[in-house]
Design a protein. Structure first.
Length: 515
């Protein structure tokens, strides 16, 4: 704000009516700004050592070589020299005010010290560099060609027919005048100092104004759309960046549920609930865990852990011998601390460590540390982890919700592009493995259409129908023949039987007559 006020006062000091009254204010404001920016530059140079690459003298020198730091140093040094060399305020106002104005313009760059605006502009120009180069190239060709044609049409027109306020100044005396007229025309400024007179020149100028101006106006539209797309992309990236913590939490919760499953062999997942260390530590070492080094939340957590996880053990714990180690409390199943490690591993109790014989009195002073977990503890941990997984999944689904319809459409388009890229990669691998197929002819290409395939299927069905009809006809004929054969055989058998019967009757009558 102070820089802007000083710039406005410097502009007003160029007016004769305000120059004498404002010069003194500009002088004192310049002194204040030099002191302020000098101190600010020194503090920035000193605090740059918080980053590793700017530590030491070499790091400070590297920081001072940054473009914005160089500009700040130039402005500070130049302003200091001008104020120092000015013998009085009147001399400052007369001779040094022009340099001060230029330095104030450079000082405006200090507002964007991090260079975010220039980086954004550079990224937009770099992304749309092909479109900008194409439009500028075509516009430049149109400029030089039309300017040359107008110069050819207007160079011979001299004398009394020249119209214009300055006589020959309105005529194209050289190709440079034609280029100047072309630049003024395509930028839609139109000073009117040079213009065509002949009808041929006017027609060329009209065509040039219609087509060339459109090409020279394209870079502004390209940059505007590029800025809009860049801002939208940043908003989308900001929206997507919210998914990263939610996804990490979901992955962590899913892995913890998997690691704590009953059939899992993972052991390290339970270590976060235990105090890793030697349970036979002396009381002097345990003093480091005193409540003086804990916050109120840590004390409360230790109390809750004691009440939840070791309440049953404290109720069933027998009275300890005064000769036993005061740093170890055993479960009721453990009879001697000097037993083998196998008996120690079979216990299902909880090992709790304290600093003296009076657990209830010293609980407020030292936390109780858990050295092993029972199955009940593990089941409770599994339940808590499953609830954490459900909450993490819900938060991740909320973070993935699209905030705009265009975002949904863009996701679908990106998915389609990824699918097409995978298909092309698969096709490339197939060609690499089985070899590239020769180019298809028109006949082969026509055979690959859906209509051709359907026609081939219909032809195959018709052929199958005709074949089935032929088979049916053949089977019918065979059946008829078998029927006729069976009928003839039956008639033959009947005739034979009848003949045999008649013959038997005759033989019986003859036998009766013989006696």
């Amino acid at each position: 704000m102070v820089v802007l006020v000083c710039l406005v006062l410097s502009v007003l000091s160029t007016i004769e009516r305000f120059s004498s009254a404002i010069s003194i204010h500009v002088y004192w404001i310049e002194i204040f700004l030099v002191v302020f920016f000098g101190a600010e530059y020194a503090l920035r140079l000193w605090s740059a050592g918080c980053r590793s690459k700017y530590m030491g003298v070499a790091g400070r020198f590297r920081f001072a070589r940054k473009p914005i730091a160089v500009i700040d140093l130039i402005v500070i040094v130049a302003s200091t020299l001008m104020i120092t060399l000015a013998t009085d305020r009147q001399t400052f106002a007369a001779s040094a005010i022009r340099g001060v104005r230029f330095l104030q313009i450079l000082r405006v760059l200090h507002v964007d010290r991090h260079g975010g605006t220039w980086r954004l502009l550079g990224s937009v120009v770099y992304i749309h560099r092909q479109e900008l180069i194409t439009t500028l190239y075509i516009g430049f060709l149109a400029l030089i060609s039309c300017s040359y044609l107008v110069y050819i049409a207007e160079k011979d027109e001299k004398g009394e027919n020249i119209r214009g306020a300055k006589g020959n100044d309105s005529h194209f005396e050289s190709y440079a005048d034609a280029l100047w007229w072309g630049v003024i025309t395509i930028t839609t400024i139109g000073y009117g100092d040079v213009y065509p007179i002949t009808w041929v020149g006017k027609i060329i100028a009209a065509c040039f104004a219609i087509f060339a101006i459109s090409f020279f106006a394209l870079p502004a539209g390209i940059l505007g759309s590029g800025f809009a797309l860049k801002v939208q992309q940043k908003q989308r990236q900001k929206h997507f960046s919210r998914q990263i913590p939610a996804a990490a939490t979901l992955i962590q919760a899913a892995w913890r549920v998997y690691a704590s499953a009953p059939g899992s062999s993972c052991v390290a997942t339970w270590n976060i609930y235990l105090h890793v260390g030697d349970p036979n530590l002396s009381s002097s070492n345990n003093k480091t865990y005193s409540t003086t080094n804990q916050t109120f939340g840590e004390k409360t957590a230790e109390k809750l852990r004691y009440l939840r996880l070791s309440g049953a053990v404290r109720k069933s714990r027998p009275k300890r011998n005064s000769q036993a180690s005061p740093s170890l409390l055993q479960s009721p199943r453990m009879s001697d601390t000097r037993n083998s490690t196998s008996s120690t591993s079979n216990t299902t109790g909880c090992y709790l460590i304290s600093s003296n014989d009076h657990d209830d009195e010293d609980f407020e002073e030292e936390p109780i540390k858990l050295w092993s977990l029972t199955e009940d503890h593990k089941r409770m941990i599994r339940c808590v982890r499953k609830m954490q997984l459900i909450v993490a999944r819900k938060r991740f689904q909320q973070a993935r919700k699209p905030y705009d319809v265009r975002d949904v459409l863009e996701q679908y388009s990106h998915g389609h592009i990824n699918m097409m890229m995978r298909i092309k990669e698969l096709q490339r691998r197939l060609e690499h493995s089985i070899g590239k197929q020769p180019p298809l002819t028109n006949e082969d290409r026509s055979k690959l259409t859906v209509l051709a395939r359907m026609q081939r299927v219909e032809c195959a069905i018709i052929d199958m129908k005709q074949t089935m009809d032929k088979i049916y006809t053949s089977l019918k004929r065979i059946d008829d023949r078998l029927h006729h054969v069976s009928i003839s055989n039956m008639s033959h058998h009947r005739s034979v039987r009848s003949n045999n019967y008649h013959a038997g009757v005759k033989f019986s009558s003859v036998d009766q007559e013989i006696p």
